[in-house]
Ligand binder design. Sequence first.
Ligand code: FES
Length: 61
Amino acid sequence: MINTKNRPDRHNEDIPVGKTVAFCRCWQSDKFPYCDGAHRRLNSEGDSVGPVVVKAVAAES
Ligand code: FES
């Protein structure tokens, strides 16, 4: 899939410690850069894509 919706190609996000966030990798989410499940439609059409899920953890001191 390519960036057909002209989403920005870079985001800087602060994630609070303990929070889990799913970032879109298919470029089709209406909540970009967050996954909204739009990748499921692509997968039903033969693609194989999904979000990257990140959990913020406290840095070790
Ligand atoms: S909507 Fe793009 S990866 Fe889920």
